[in-house]
Ligand binder design. Structure first.
Ligand code: MN
Length: 229
């Protein structure tokens, strides 16, 4: 049977060095995964449970241009390592979790901080603050065969050339293999899922005209211009 109107195109991310695309299924995100960032947001680190939230797959931005979104006066950058899942599964043991990784990318969990904080204050979900159009700029994905895994490694984020975030993945509270395992207890992971692994300290606002550059060792640099609405 035909669709009643044309289906939207499949969101996809380039694979570095290949003429192929990674088709995006779901975008999972981890919150509260670096102690220094949790402190700057006014709470304390915990390993009681992982903080997960989602963004829609069509929130990815791959052309380096993010229009300033509506409904906010406090758009924040959050530079993050992104895991690209290549093999799905449920109840994946932590010891086997990295076998499910296709590759890694640099990503921005762009956040309407005013809406997120207002929602949290009254016990509402984070969606309007986190899961909006163009809220997930991402670099091409580097296959794990080329970049290896990220037990440690440097993340540096600059705004208009000024260093704003500078961290090492060894400081992650929930390591990548633990994140995959914990997530797979709650959702059946699929090839094509992306997992944004959380941001270190130093988050802050950007405005139209700013340029964000996210550099992660062994990955493609992500450069994003914030454009007028
Ligand atoms: Mn984040």
């Amino acid at each position: 049977m035909a669709f009643v109107f044309p289906a939207r195109p499949q969101p996809a991310v380039a694979v570095s060095g290949q003429q192929t695309l990674f088709p995006v299924n779901r975008i999972y995100c981890v919150g509260k995964n670096y102690a220094a960032h949790i402190r700057e947001m006014g709470s304390e680190a915990s390993r009681d449970s992982v903080c997960f939230f989602l963004k829609p797959a069509d929130a990815i931005v791959t052309d380096g241009h993010m229009p300033y979104p509506p409904g906010t006066g406090n758009l924040h950058f959050e530079g993050e390592l992104v895991i690209a899942i290549g093999k799905g599964g449920a109840n994946i043991p932590a010891g086997e979790a990295l076998q499910h990784v296709f590759g890694y990318a640099a990503g921005l969990d762009m956040t309407r901080r005013d809406l997120q904080l207002a929602a949290a204050k009254v016990g509402h979900p984070w969606d309007t603050g986190k899961a909006f159009d163009c809220s997930a700029p991402i670099s091409p994905i580097v296959p794990v065969a080329e970049c290896g895994h990220f037990h440690h490694g440097s993340l540096k984020l600059r705004v208009n050339g000024e260093l704003r975030q500078d961290a090492d993945f060894s400081d992650l509270i929930w390591k990548n293999h633990e994140v995959i395992s914990e997530l797979s207890k709650l959702y059946t992971l699929q090839a094509g899922d992306l997992i944004f692994t959380g941001t270190p300290a130093g988050v802050g606002p950007v405005v139209a005209g700013d340029r964000i550059e996210l550099s992660i060792d062994r990955l493609c640099k992500l450069s994003v211009a914030i454009t007028p609405p």
